[in-house]
Design a protein around this ligand. Structure first.
Ligand SMILES: C[S@@+](CC[C@H](N)C(=O)[O-])C[C@H]1O[C@@H](n2cnc3c(N)ncnc32)[C@H](O)[C@@H]1O
Length: 503
């Protein structure tokens, strides 16, 4: 990767300028880009009309300034909090993820295989980090307890509640927070990498628009509906929300999702009613989706050899041409039902010929991917109390890992809204299950726990402390449960990095 004179990676703006200077020197005038000349060079490709499709909001143009601002933050290793310091490559970074993402651009540009994030959803009760906060460190220290421009209490961790009623820029504030972070996250994805973003109904429509803008509509892979709960709540006004969304975008067309492991239900659809020596099979009706008018070449006559009845398709054309059907007949894979008298033929598809895995689907039920209850249960199993309010189940993240990472590659997985550290936990478990060598990086701001919360009472002052402790305990448990895999377990160690600001 190209470096600038400060030794850090070039930002997008510098990269583009260097590219233009070397490839299109004619569009420069006295060292600056001459937009008129650039337009002339690009000709038809430039749309300078006033109306265009896209999402705009108050403060969007400032997002690009935020992205381009160089950070003075550096990472300081905290050896005391680390475990297996010399062996591990896993990182827990404590700090605001905007600055961390800028720091990570230096050494992780294009290196991360999978990103999962579960940001604040903007429900009206969420704490949103104020990006102006770090600029006024001094005032902040003096002004804790003051009200900010929205009337919210200034907190020492830089977070304030984004309320629907007290704030005319409710959606804009959230978009201004998330846009620069997603923009920077894209740079650190590998070309065959992928990002999964959890979100609920409050911002899914806006998030999809900005992800189309940042990642490109052509890199949209799926909007997964995850069934987070399985019972309705009769205390709710209106609809009980049973699902959350997960938006999936690839970095480029080089990303190909892995097949999901075949499950018992899929295999149970195969049987062997005629004791075929080739093994279990399932019947696929020999119809296509096309009408006879659309595919007249697929509308020939077929005779049932058992009844002598001849059949010509009326509503749906046959699945393949006559020569293919004749091949099926000579291979003895045409099925006319158990009594041989079926009204139309089916083709036997043997389990041995089925693909090794199943294509992923965009509905993930709680049995397949866990539920909010599962996640709360996991937290209680580790801490005894429910000391974190919004965890995700490890099974949900396991499904993402199965889709997008491989055990035989040193894939790096990043979560920059890490919360209680579920992603790190899920990666460690997956490595244990398939002897993989994946590495994780978690980023979590030291968000203060409320003094009345279970977490605070249990001795955790910040969410970062909860995340670190969960990872320590989960790592120890995996180690204990797998004594025979001690060489592998060493890699489950954790390093904890703290951001130290350069002022
Ligand atoms: C919904 S929670 C994530 C929960 C996580 N998926 C889990 O299973 O535990 C979002 C987390 O992002 C953190 N967060 C919010 N703004 C942040 C920022 N600017 N930098 C780093 N973390 C931030 C919050 O403190 C919170 O813990």
């Amino acid at each position: 990767m190209e470096k600038n004179r400060f030794g850090s990676s070039l930002n997008k703006q510098e990269e583009l300028l260097n590219f233009l200077k070397s490839d299109l020197p004619e569009v420069f005038s006295e060292g600056k880009v001459d937009c008129k000349k650039l337009k002339q060079t690009l000709g038809e490709e430039v749309d300078d009309g006033n109306e265009r499709y896209g999402l705009s909001w108050a403060g969007k143009s400032n997002c690009f300034k935020v992205i381009q601002e160089q950070t003075t933050a550096t990472l300081k290793l905290d050896k005391n909090e680390s475990k297996n310091f010399n062996e591990t490559q896993n990182l827990f970074i404590e700090g605001d993820n905007l600055e961390v993402l800028k720091v990570l651009q230096r050494s992780y540009y294009g290196k991360v295989k999978m990103i999962y994030i579960d940001p604040p959803y903007n429900t009206g009760n969420d704490f949103i980090y104020n990006d102006n906060f770090r600029k006024s460190k001094k005032e902040e220290l003096e002004g804790v307890g003051d009200l900010d421009e929205n009337g919210n209490l200034t907190r020492v961790d830089g977070l304030s509640i984004n309320r629907k009623d007290s704030n005319g820029h409710f959606h804009s504030d959230w978009l201004n927070m998330i846009y620069p972070r997603l923009f920077l996250a894209r740079n650190i994805l590998r070309q065959d990498g992928v990002i999964f973003v959890s979100i609920d109904d409050n911002e899914v429509h806006n998030l999809r628009m900005i992800m189309n803008e940042i990642f490109g509509e052509e890199n949209f892979i799926a909007q997964i509906e995850w069934q987070k709960r399985y019972t309705r709540s009769n205390n709710t006004d209106g609809f009980t929300s049973m699902i959350e969304h997960i938006l999936v975008y690839a970095r480029s067309s080089q990303f190909k999702p892995n097949l999901m492991e075949r499950n018992k239900e899929a295999d149970a659809r195969y049987s062997n009613p005629d004791n075929d020596l080739r093994g279990v099979w399932k019947a696929m009706p020999f119809f296509s989706q096309a009408t006879p008018a659309q595919r007249p070449n697929l509308c020939y006559k077929i005779v049932n050899p058992n009844t002598g009845e001849s059949i010509v398709p009326k509503r749906k054309a046959w699945r393949s041409e006559k020569s293919v059907f004749e091949k099926y007949t000579s291979n003895n894979v045409v099925w006319w039902g158990k009594d041989g008298k079926a009204k139309y033929p089916s083709i036997k598809r043997f389990l041995s010929e089925a693909r090794e895995g199943m294509t992923p689907i965009n509905f993930w039920d709680y049995k397949f991917a866990g539920s909010t209850d599962t996640a709360n249960f996991e937290i209680k199993a580790i801490f005894e109390e429910k000391i974190f309010d919004t965890p995700k189940p490890t099974l949900l993240i396991k499904r993402m890992l199965e889709l997008s990472t491989n055990s035989d590659e040193d894939d790096i997985i990043l979560d920059f809204f890490a919360g209680s550290g579920t992603t790190a936990h899920a990666v460690m478990m997956q490595n244990m299950l398939d002897e993989g060598n994946r590495k994780w990086i978690c980023v979590q701001i030291p968000e203060l726990c409320d003094e009345n919360s279970e977490a605070y009472k249990a001795g955790y002052k910040t969410i970062a402390e909860i995340g670190k402790e969960r990872i320590r305990r989960a790592g120890d448990k995996i180690e204990k449960d797998n004594k025979n895999k001690i060489d592998l377990i060493l890699k489950f160690g954790k390093e904890n990095l703290k951001i130290q600001k350069g002022y």
